[in-house]
Design a protein around this ligand. Structure first.
Ligand SMILES: [Zn+2]
Ligand SMILES: [Zn+2]
Length: 186
């Protein structure tokens, strides 16, 4: 059972050469997760991932700790209804997670995108270590109607079939054509 004082799941990196002290869950991903689960609107607004890498880490920890709602809520809003939350939960539960390595973080890609290359390690049923090696795209969505600067990073899920055409406004709400915005990265 994960407690707040244990190392955060995202801090476990089987390929790390250093033995630096690992951040505890409460000092790492827990505040982001709790803000979503507490249903406290003020908190959700005040605690948000400040970079794509930060969001990636909290999503990995959410898989390990089986928080499928967090996975859904941190995916681009236009894609959320197309996700199968039960399937995410089953996948998260059945995977024997073994750690995370952020290979490369490209924090700025064009106006509002970022990429994170990572390896999510897990143990195969036969006991062999394995890894999902992925290059994920994230998009920063700006809420233009908000009085104060309101930006939020979301995961752009490449497996979700969107019915948007290349010339339609982008699914992220940027106002640009899809093909010139998230279409470049999905
Ligand atoms: Zn963490
Ligand atoms: Zn877009």
């Amino acid at each position: 059972m994960q407690t707040s004082l244990h190392p955060c799941p995202c801090q476990t990196n089987p390929t790390a050469e250093t033995t630096d002290a690992l951040l505890s869950y409460q000092d790492c991903c827990q505040p982001y997760h709790d803000a979503f689960y507490n249903d406290d609107v003020d908190k959700v607004d005040s605690i948000r991932a400040e970079s794509a890498q930060r969001l990636m880490r909290t999503r990995y920890s959410a898989f390990v700790l089986i928080k499928p709602e967090y996975i859904v809520k941190t995916t681009l809003p236009a894609q959320q209804n197309l996700l199968d939350i039960k399937a995410i939960e089953i996948w998260a539960t059945e995977t024997d997670w073994a750690g995370l390595e952020i290979v490369e973080h490209t924090p700025k890609l064009g106006k509002r995108h970022a990429k994170v290359e990572f390896k999510a390690f897990y143990i195969e049923p036969d006991g062999e270590p394995a890894a999902h090696h992925e290059l994920s795209t994230f998009v920063k969505v700006v809420n233009k109607t908000a009085k104060e600067k309101d930006e939020r990073w979301y995961f752009l899920d490449p497996t979700v079939a969107m019915t948007v055409t290349q010339k339609q406004p982008c699914i992220c709400g940027s106002g640009e054509k899809f093909k010139r915005c998230c279409g470049l990265y999905s």
